[in-house]
Design a protein around this ligand. Sequence first.
Ligand code: AVJ
Length: 323
Amino acid sequence: RERSLSQFIQLAEGNPAQAKEELLAGLSAEHAYTSPKYLYDALGSKLFEAICELPEYYPTRTEAMIFDRHAADIAATAGTGSTLIDLGAGNCAKAARLFPFLQPSQYVPIDISVEFLRDAVERLQHQFPQIAMAGIGMDFSSGLALPPAVHRRNRLFFYPGSSIGNFTPEQSLAFLKRVHAACVHDGRADGGILISVDLVKETEILDAAYDDALGVTASFNLNLLLHLNRLLDTDFDLRQWQHRGFFNAEQSRIEMHLEARSPQTVRWPSGVRRFEAGERIHTESSYKYTRQNFTTLLAQAGFEDVTVWTDPQEWFIVCHARA
Ligand code: AVJ
C-alpha cells in the first residue's frame, strides 16, 4: 500500500457533554432550534452532495461556472504558492479544481465531518503528491486556532459555497475579523480570503432551491433527527415531521424548519419535550446578501482591495480580498 504523505489532525472539540447540554437547551426552548452544523453527520454530508446536483440548487452550479470561467484571473489576483486553508472543505472538490491555478504549497482542509474529510484528503493526497496536506477535523466557527503544522505566512482562506450565510451578519463580521487576524504574523498581514456569497434574488427561485421537487433537501433536513436520536438518545419519529424551507425577505435569509405533523412528546434520558401539531424546530438559516452589503462587510473586517467575480444573472459572487 502506498504511503500517504498527508497528516490528519483531529483537534479536541470542546466538552462533548456541554455540546449535548446546548443542543438539549435549544430543543427545549420555547422556539426550538438546533445549530446547522448538526446537519452534517456522515449521511448528512452525502445528502448535501446530492443537493448540489439538484436542478433547483443553483449555488453550486453557478459558483462552479464562475470558478471555471475566471480561474486564471482569480489566481492572478490571489497569488500562487500560498497555504490554502479550506473552511468546511467537505469532499475538497472545489479546492481541487483550483489547484492547477492556485498551485498552493500547502493545503489545509478543515471540516466538522471528520470521517468524510479523512477519506477525501487521503484520495486527494495521492492525486496531488506535490502539495503538502494537513486535514483538520474541527468546528472552525468557534475559533481559528490552527496547529503549528499550518504555515503562518501567505495564507489564503478559502470559504466557498456561500457557507458564511449560516452566520448572522453580526456573526459573519466577527468571523471575518478572526480570519483577518489569522493572516497577521510578526505584526503584519499578508495573504487574504477567497469567499463566495449567494445574493438576494426572486423569492420563487430561492424557495425552490431549498424545497426541491425530489425531496432531497427534505431528507437532508429530516436526517438531522436521525443524528439527534444517535447523539442525544432522543426518540424522534421521522414520520411525524415535515420539511419547511423558504425565503424570509424581511430577514434576508432562507429558513429551514422541521414541522411537527401531529401533537407528540419527544423523550430523552434526562427530559421530554412536547410539540403541538405545526410547531417547528428551526434547523438552519442561510443569509443572502447584496453585492454592496457583502463587500462592505469585508472592508469592515479589515480586508482591502476587494475583487468580485459574478455570473451573468448576478445570482452569486466570488470575492477575493487582501488581508
Ligand atoms: C452549505 C450553508 C451553503 O445554505 O445553501 C443547502 C446548506 N441547506 N440546502 C446553503 C443548505 C439546504 C447550504 N450551505
